[in-house]
Design a protein around this ligand. Structure first.
Ligand code: PEP
Ligand code: MG
Length: 572
């Protein structure tokens, strides 16, 4: 192999083909002497009209083949350029004898800078739309043809620095076998579109343009976030087999898109999505889910120097509350500390941060910071089924302390005359042994439970979930975990409270029968695992699960449980 390019897994799948290196044309916004002002206005307006017509025509073609997401992006771009503020700014500059190209470039440049400074991730992403609109209109003004990907050979792997939304929408997914981009993250527009188009994609592969030459063989692994340049025969054979397995599996899972999750004998299972950004929420809707089972609100606090304000948080939570797909939205309060340090908070040194001032402990230690989030949640509750979830609780005092903060926030909102919903359902995560063993006591204070298997495994086994040296000891197959889960689920059922199980465990086909056997009927998994989880659930009855669980509970070591599950696993 010539080279292994590492990046971020942005759209799953294996793509094998030949590289096409794409370098964007530099559209110079030439300053020119403007003689006749009327002529210059006309040039600009004609260019805008041609740009909008092209976008609308392309959107109509895309809609006709069911590519709604891509069509909507193009139509939104046509609206952006017609925006009266933008048009006024450009024409105002033309009035002082700037060329239409320079005027447009300057105005769009300042909008892009404003967007990039925005606190909200989605607003920042809009900057690429504005650049795309600017380039499209500049092409019309300068007579440079639109990006044309129509003559690509089948099995092309497109390698580029970045691809604008319109360039992405110009791609034919039946021809493009994969994409490798130097820039971008999982939430970037190109990544979202690649997933919507089902093209295996790796983003953030910074060295890609420096290494790849047109025509070279490239294998894109959009599951691991890697690309193999000029693989040898053995590697190629391995990747082809992997591709075939992945393809067959995905094909059979398509049958589960937007279907209700059901066991083999027809019992309904609530399958919710665990998301950590707004774009992940959109992804969940593509495959369908019964609601948001866990919204990790940390994304609002990351990658920024200051803490998010109430209004910004409210807007995000409200958009979740009003999701077209409906269903409850369980929003977890800030789970900072431990492995998640937020730049907006000052941190004291802690010897054992994972056992230190984190999650709900941090929320209670900084009531003013927590109240900003609580007010935003209460306000969003007026727009939909918002529920509040507390991470890493160990005792009832924490719940009672948090409830006092909620009461204070309700009084403050009332005084401000702000619409909100009082008494939002409150739940706790069962992630510590203390919470697990006293779950019956919690049942008297809270409305619902969420079992966080990632942390529950960590704290039960005393194994750091992020430490590679002890990774072999971290396993929710451990008999200790099984006993604890059985205890928790039994007590919660006796109390008649709803419980959802989240973390990595419900996305594991080996573990699903045990979870059904425990009598659980609500799981929350990441969007990419929704179909696979539905598939696994459909293979088992609860009774079969119960039999395997009984057998597993009689075993002594993690390895024995693992072997048992391997021996009885069923796969789609
Ligand atoms: C968990 O601990 O299982 C969980 C879902 O929370 P996180 O992974 O965010 O800690
Ligand atoms: Mg957790």
């Amino acid at each position: 192999m010539k080279m292994l390019l590492r990046g971020i897994a942005a759209s799953p799948g294996i793509g094998i083909g030949h590289a096409l290196v794409y370098r964007a044309v530099n559209l110079n916004s030439l300053e020119r002497d403007v003689g006749d002002l009327e002529d210059e206005y006309r040039r600009y307006r004609n260019a805008v009209e041609r740009f909008c017509t092209l976008r609308e025509e392309k959107a109509a073609q895309l809609k006709a083949v069911g590519a709604e997401t891509r069509a909507a992006i193009l139509l939104a771009q046509a609206e952006m350029i017609k925006d009266p503020y933008l048009a006024g700014q450009v024409e105002g500059r033309i009035a002082s004898y700037r060329s239409a190209e320079a005027a447009l470039d300057e105005v769009c440049g300042s909008v892009v800078r404003q967007f990039l400074r925005a606190e909200n991730e989605l607003t920042r992403e809009r900057a690429s739309d504005i650049r795309d609109v600017r380039d499209g209109v500049l092409r019309q003004l300068l007579g440079v043809p639109e990006v044309d990907f129509s003559n690509m050979e089948p099995d092309t792997i497109l390698v580029a620095d970045d691809l604008t939304p319109s360039a992405m929408t110009a791609l034919d997914p039946s021809i493009v076998a994969g994409i490798v981009l130097c820039r971008g993250g999982r939430a970037s527009h190109s990544a979202i579109l690649a997933r919507a188009m089902g093209i295996p994609t790796v983003v953030g592969a910074i060295d890609a343009l420096a290494w790849v030459v047109n025509g070279e063989t490239l294998v894109v692994d959009g599951i691991q976030g890697e690309a193999y340049l000029e693989p040898d025969t053995a590697e190629m054979a391995r990747m082809q087999e992997y591709q075939e397995r992945y393809r067959k599996n995905r094909e059979s899972l398509r049958a589960f898109v937007r279907k209700q999750a059901r066991t083999a004998d027809g019992d309904i299972v609530q399958l919710m999505a665990t998301v950590g950004s707004e774009s992940e929420g959109f992804l969940a809707d593509e495959d369908g889910c019964d609601g948001i089972g866990l919204l990790r609100s940390e994304f609002l606090y990351l990658d920024r120097p200051s803490l998010p304000k109430e209004e910004e948080q409210f807007q995000v939570y409200r958009r979740f509350a009003q999701r077209k797909a409906g269903g409850p939205v369980v929003i977890r309060t800030l789970d900072a500390g431990g492995d998640k340090r937020m730049p907006g908070l000052s941190w004291d040194w802690e010897k054992n941060p994972v056992l230190g001032c984190r999650a709900v402990r941090l929320s209670l230690a900084y009531p003013d910071i927590s109240k900003v989030q609580i007010r935003a949640l209460l306000r969003a509750g007026a727009y939909g089924d918002v529920r509040i979830l507390l991470p890493l609780v160990t005792g009832l005092d924490e719940v009672r302390g948090f409830k006092r903060l909620v009461e204070e926030c309700q009084a403050e909102l009332e005084e401000r005359g702000e619409p909100f919903r009082a008494g939002l359902p409150l739940g706790v995560m069962i992630e510590t042994v203390a919470a697990a063993l006293t779950v019956d006591r919690f049942a008297q204070e809270v409305d619902f439970f969420s079992i966080g298997t990632n942390d529950l495994t960590q704290y039960t086994l005393a194994v750091d979930r992020d430490n590679a040296r002890v990774a072999h000891l971290y396993s929710y197959y451990d008999p200790a975990l099984l006993r604890l889960l059985k205890w928790v689920v039994r007590r919660v059922q006796e109390a008649g409270k709803p419980v959802c199980l989240c973390g990595q465990a419900p996305a594991d086909p080996l573990f699903v029968p045990l979870l059904l056997g425990l009598g659980l009927d609500c799981f929350s998994v990441q969007p990419m695992s929704l179909l696979a989880a539905r598939g696994s659930i459909s293979l088992w009855t609860k009774e079969e699960g119960r039999r395997i669980l009984e057998h597993a509970l009689g075993l002594v070591t993690e390895a024995e449980v693992h072997t048992l599950l391997e021996n009885c696993v069923r796969r789609i």
